[in-house]
Design a protein around this ligand. Structure first.
Ligand SMILES: NC(=O)c1ccc[n+]([C@@H]2O[C@H](COP(=O)([O-])OP(=O)(O)OC[C@H]3O[C@@H](n4cnc5c(N)ncnc54)[C@H](OP(=O)(O)O)[C@@H]3O)[C@@H](O)[C@H]2O)c1
Length: 420
C-alpha cells in the first residue's frame, strides 16, 4: 500500500491485518471440549500438558442441572441481589487488550469469572494455552469457540454452571469485512444465546463510540448486534443490557511516541484538528465496564465514555509529546485528499478484483479515523461535542506518553495491522 505510516496512531482504532489468513488459520484448531484450569470435576485435562497443576476455584461456582434443552432455569434479574462471590460472569474476548483488564477487574471485585479463550490467543495467536492460563490465572479459563454456537454451548454445559452476566469484549482483530461480521456480530450473538441458555439476565457489551456514524463494516456489524440486544431487553423485562461505547484507547495514540523520540516528525492529517478524542486507558475502561455489572443507573443504557481531561486533537497530542521530549515540535501535515484518492483507487480496483474487498475497507477505516472525532455526535447540531462526552477514570494520556517514552510500547501492541 502506498500510504504507509508505521506510526499508526492515525489509523488504528480498528486495525487492519498484516496476515489476513489469521482467523482462517486458527478456525480449524478450535476444540469442542473444555480444557481448563479451574473446574476440576467438569474439565478434561487431556490436551493440556502443563507441568504444574492448575489452581482450582470451582467451589466458588454454582453447578446447575441443565434442562433437556441444555438451558437453565433461573430467576431472572435476581443476580443483583446476590453477593459478588455468588455471581458468575462469562467473559468473551477475555484475551484482548481490554478483555484482559476486564477479567482482572471483575475478579478484583469478587465476581466469579468464566473467561472464554481460544487455544492460541492474542495477536497472531502468539499465546499458547499455558500463556493464556497464566495471563488469566485468577479466572476460570474455558477454551472454546465463540464462532461456533454449538461448541460454545457444549463447553458451558460441560462446566455445569449457571451464568448471571455476559460481558463481551470480542472484536475482529482485523477489521476486515467478513471477519467483522463473524466476530462483532455472529460470535457476539453466540455469546448472548449461549449465556441466555445458561441463565444470563444481563449483557455488557464493549462497543465503540464511532458506531454513531456508521460508515464501516465493523460498525454496521456492531450496530446490528446492539439492536438485537436492545430488542431482547424490550421483549423480556427480566433481561437487561449495558452498551459501552468508548472513545480512543491509549494504544491507538501511542504509535508515534517512539518515532518522535527518534527525531521523526509527528504525522497528522489536514491541520491536525480534523478529529479529537478523550483517550481512555485499559484499566479505567475495564473499571467502567465492571461498574456496568451491578450499577442500576447503567441498566438498558447506551454509554459513551472517554477518559479524564479535555478532548485532544492530533495536533495537541503531538504538542504534548514534544513538550515531554523537551524538543521543538516537528509535524508532517498530510492533506486528507490523499486518503480520498487512495480510497477511490481501491474502490475502483475492488470492482475488478473482489478479493481486494478488505484492502478497500482498510482504506476506509484509515480515512475514517483520520477525520472523524471519537466524541459524542450531538444530534441537535450534527457536530461532535467534547462537552457531551462523559469522562471517567484517572489515567491521562500525558502519563501514558511518559511511560511509553520510558518503557516503550510493550503491552500496547496494535495487532495484525498493515497501516494503510
Ligand atoms: N482501539 C480503540 O481505540 C477503540 C476505541 C473504541 C472502541 N474500540 C472497540 O473496542 C473493542 C475491543 O478492542 P480490543 O482492542 O480490546 O480488541 P482486541 O485486543 O483485538 O481483542 C479482541 C478479542 O476478540 C477475540 N477474537 C477475535 N477474533 C476471534 C475469533 N475468530 N475467535 C475467537 N475470539 C476472537 C480475541 O481473541 P484472541 O486473543 O484469541 O485473538 C480477543 O480476545 C473493539 O470492538 C473496538 O472496536 C476500540
Amino acid at each position: 500500500m502506498s500510504l504507509c505510516f508505521s506510526s499508526s496512531s492515525l489509523f488504528n482504532l480498528h486495525s487492519p491485518p498484516k496476515n489476513q489468513s489469521f482467523s482462517a488459520r486458527f478456525s480449524s484448531q478450535f476444540i469442542n471440549q473444555i480444557q481448563v484450569s479451574s473446574f476440576p470435576y467438569a474439565l478434561k485435562y487431556s490436551s493440556l500438558n502443563l507441568s504444574q497443576p492448575f489452581k482450582c476455584s470451582i467451589q466458588r461456582l454454582k453447578p446447575v442441572t441443565a434442562s433437556k434443552a441444555g438451558s437453565v432455569e433461573t430467576t431472572l434479574s435476581s443476580f443483583r441481589n446476590k453477593n459478588p462471590k455468588d455471581i458468575n460472569i462469562l467473559v468473551v474476548g477475555s484475551t484482548g487488550y481490554i478483555g484482559k483488564f476486564v477479567v482482572n477487574e471483575l475478579i478484583s471485585r469478587g465476581f466469579n469469572v468464566i473467561a472464554i479463550a481460544r487455544e492460541r490467543s492474542g495477536i497472531k495467536g502468539k499465546n499458547s494455552k499455558e500463556e493464556t492460563l497464566n495471563q488469566l490465572k485468577r479466572a476460570n479459563v474455558c477454551f472454546s469457540d465463540v464462532t461456533n454456537l454449538d461448541s460454545l454451548q457444549k463447553s458451558l454445559e460441560n462446566l455445569g454452571v449457571s451464568v448471571d452476566v455476559v460481558v463481551s469484549c470480542l472484536a475482529s482483530r482485523s477489521g476486515g469485512v467478513k471477519d467483522s461480521w463473524k466476530i462483532d456480530y455472529e460470535a457476539t450473538k453466540n455469546s448472548l444465546v449461549a449465556g441466555r441458555n445458561r441463565g444470563a439476565s444481563h449483557f455488557v457489551l464493549l462497543s465503540a463510540i464511532c458506531v454513531q456514524k456508521p460508515l464501516l463494516e465493523f460498525q454496521r456489524a456492531k450496530l446490528k448486534f446492539e439492536a438485537e440486544l436492545m430488542k431482547e431487553a424490550e421483549e423480556d423485562k427480566g433481561f437487561s443490557y449495558s452498551i459501552v461505547r468508548p472513545t480512543a484507547f491509549f494504544k491507538s495514540l501511542g504509535g508515534q511516541v517512539e518515532l518522535a523520540k527518534d527525531g521523526k516528525p509527528y504525522v497528522m492529517f489536514g491541520d491536525g484538528k480534523l478529529c479529537a478524542c478523550k483517550p481512555i486507558s485499559e484499566s479505567d475502561l475495564a473499571s467502567f465496564i465492571a461498574d456496568c455489572v451491578l450499577s442500576e443507573d447503567k441498566i438498558n443504557q447506551v454509554l459513551p465514555i472517554g477518559g479524564p481531561g479535555k478532548a485532544l486533537t492530533p495536533l495537541e497530542q503531538g504538542e504534548l509529546l514534544f513538550r515531554l521530549l523537551g524538543k521543538e515540535p516537528k509535524f508532517l501535515k498530510v492533506p486528507i485528499g490523499i486518503m480520498d484518492f487512495a480510497i477511490g483507487v481501491l474502490d475502483f480496483l475492488v470492482k475488478i478484483f473482489p478479493s481486494m474487498e478488505d484492502a478497500a475497507e482498510f482504506g476506509k477505516i484509515g480515512r475514517y479515523y483520520a477525520a472523524e472525532s471519537m466524541l459524542v455526535l450531538d444530534p441537535e447540531t450534527g457536530e461532535y461535542s467534547a462537552e457531551k462526552t462523559p469522562s471517567y477514570g484517572r489515567d491521562t494520556l500525558e502519563e501514558f506518553f511518559k511511560t511509553v517514552l520510558r518503557e516503550g510500547m510493550a503491552g500496547q501492541e496494535l495487532g495484525e495491522q498493515t497501516i494503510f
